[in-house]
Design a protein around this ligand. Structure first.
Ligand code: GAP
Length: 434
């Protein structure tokens, strides 16, 4: 399946997972919109992350900080000075490339040896203006990471949540980077969503918490059904480390084009709290009363990309098999991630079947995401639901009118069982939780 990227891009468009942004105007480069089922899948990814990182833990709390922040934040964090990529221009086609991504002196566009300009550093932050005056004193930036909103709120959260290190602050939200070479569908875009958590610890505990979070985060992907053999942990080389990090590993997934980063786990030391303390003049240290000592907590940061995780779950779940001489495409998504959990399908548009099926769908909607579909032959409707990854289909047929029972079909095995209408909700609720 070397063309899996094309297959997934087509499936995503055809079934309503992901559309090219502004498509009726010819699209906007590397910008994507999540459609009716894609938004559900992505919401489920975020919900599972929040559940595992915040809801089910006593030592992590949430935050939702603004995208626009005081420009001093980016001065202090080092992003204004160092959040750059080396950029070169091809003197023939005038296209721009990242100097560190050119394998040799061949232009990726012209496919031949070309002259390139000298590399210069290009800051990846998007700039805009606060208010109506467009001058240097009104410049603000769209945040390139959600992390800084967490660091600058550290004292607010400590005071209001009564947490003490080791504890974490988690946040999900949009980030923006003016990437020179975006691409590979939703893998690298200029607008994307991050799921980041900053875990503040006493300095001497940083090493053990780093190990803990690497394993914990790998486990999260596997528990949600990602194939372990397509995941690996890759430590950064010394020259790869970000300006703030003393140690980083990436959780990588084997995409059709090779290994790609899903998430980075970094030991940021006390870099951020120290920088913000110095630049703001506010004391961001923590006073450990029982031990009568004051210190700047060190930070372990698991930073994941929501769009990348969503893409990896989608690709990992994709499967093709032959059923009675025909190709069946099925997304074997974990039930918790599946955009639609139950499809309710009357055998036909027969006026006796439709109201019964609609009533079942309306009742099940109280429980979970349901898709009601009465168009086309039943076989084609099963295929459509398989391509959406819907774990269960409930079929209402003419026997239903006699025995008040329906057929439940399971996505992966295609096994069908007959269940009384009165027990459908309980039966599916139980199976979806299993
Ligand atoms: N606060 C640390 C930080 O932002 P990062 O490794 O630059 O670290 C974290 O970003 C995650 O955000 C990455 O592992 C990736 O999943 C996602 N990400 C970063 N840049 C992205 C882009 N241009 N498009 C999509 N996702 C991106």
């Amino acid at each position: 399946m070397s063309d899996l990227l094309d297959v997934i891009t087509n499936l995503a468009k055809r079934r309503g997972f992901v559309f090219p942004s502004s498509e009726i105007y010819g699209g906007l480069a590397s910008t994507w919109d999540y459609g009716p089922v894609g938004v559900e899948l992505k919401r489920n990814v975020k919900e599972q992350w929040w559940r595992s990182m915040v809801q089910c833990r006593d030592d992590v709390v949430g935050l939702d900080a603004a995208i626009l922040m005081a420009p001093d934040v980016w001065e202090a964090s080092g992003h204004l000075a160092t959040f750059t990529d080396p950029l070169v221009d091809c003197t023939v086609c005038k296209r721009r490339f990242r100097a560190d991504q050119l394998d040799d002196r061949d232009c990726p566009n012209n496919k031949k040896g070309c002259e390139f300009t000298e590399a210069r550093e290009f800051n990846l932050m998007f700039k805009t203006f606060l208010g109506p005056v467009e001058d240097d004193t009104h410049v603000v930036y769209l945040r390139p990471e959600t992390a800084q909103g967490i660091f600058v709120n550290f004292p607010n959260v400590v005071t209001t949540s009564r947490r003490k290190p080791p504890f974490g602050i988690a946040q999900i939200g949009k980030s923006f980077r003016n990437e020179i070479t975006p691409g590979k569908f939703t893998f690298r875009t200029r607008e994307f969503e991050q799921m980041e958590m900053e875990f503040f610890v006493p300095p001497e505990q940083a090493g053990e918490w780093f190990e803990y979070w690497v394993e914990e985060r790998r486990r999260w992907y596997v528990e949600l059904g990602m194939k372990p053999e397509r995941l690996r942990i890759r430590p950064h080389e010394q020259d790869e480390l970000s300006h703030y990090s003393s140690e980083t590993v990436d959780v990588e997934y084997e995409f059709p084009w090779g290994w790609g980063e899903l998430e980075g786990i970094a030991n940021r030391g006390d870099y951020d709290l120290r920088q913000h303390g110095e630049h703001s003049g506010k004391d961001l240290s923590y006073y450990d009363q029982p031990n009568e000592r004051r210190y700047l907590p060190h930070v372990i940061e698991p930073a994941a990309g929501c769009d990348r995780a969503t893409l990896a779950f989608l690709m990992d779940a994709y499967d093709e098999e032959e059923v009675r001489g025909e190709k069946r495409v099925v997304l074997r998504l974990d039930h918790r991630l599946a955009p639609v959990k139950i499809a309710v399908l009357p055998l036909s548009k027969n006026p006796d079947l439709v109201p019964v099926a609609r009533k079942i769908a309306d009742d099940l909607r109280q429980l979970t995401m349901v898709d009601y579909d009465e168009t086309q032959a039943i076989g084609r409707r099963y295929r459509r639901q398989d391509e959406l990854g819907t774990p269960f289909a409930v079929t209402v047929d003419f026997e239903t009118l006699e025995d008040q029972a329906v057929t439940i079909r399971e996505r992966d095995s295609m096994v069908q069982v007959r269940v009384p209408i009165s027990a459908v909700g309980e039966e599916l609720g139980r199976r979806l939780q299993a």
